[in-house]
Design a protein around this ligand. Sequence first.
Ligand code: HEC
Length: 154
Amino acid sequence: MKLKHLAAAGLALGIAAGALAQNRPEDEIRYRQSVMNVVARAFGPMIAMAQGKIPYNQGIVVKNSGLLEDLIGLPWASFGPGTDKGAPTKAGKKIWSEPAKFKDAADKVQQAVADLDKTAKGGDEKAVKVAVGHLGKACKACHDDFRTKEFHRN
Ligand code: HEC
């Protein structure tokens, strides 16, 4: 019984390790899109607060900026070589022709998230709204340069 369980666990791990070693381009594309969508869902309420569309809520601000802090480092490794196609994507070709500029945009957004997270914990509503604006600009700057308007397959 015990050996059987070990073998089953080993098999499961073997598959997982294989997947880690070489993800298929379509998996990388779906992964980075999924993370981006979760990021946007966490950021959304804070944008609505900054725009005065919903009341300021310190609890949500702290929780969601913590989520952003956990998530924002995740998508970038999934823009590796060969992931420009394989599934419908909005990734622009410049990601691979101007990698330093893309990395710079990713670094900037991570800094903006760190600033927002720190400001959120401080609890100053005005400062939080300014930090939300800075982060929104950092998202948009990258999308303007590196994201296509429509999904494409190649
Ligand atoms: C360094 C560049 C970069 C930054 C910074 C960035 N994104 Fe993106 N984002 C992309 C790219 C490229 C895609 C397209 C990915 C794909 O389709 O393969 C994307 C896709 C998305 C999508 C999915 C769009 C769709 O039509 O499916 C959302 C939502 C999104 N980003 C939100 C955000 C938010 C919110 C931020 C800021 C917190 C942000 N992004 C920061 C590059 C970036």
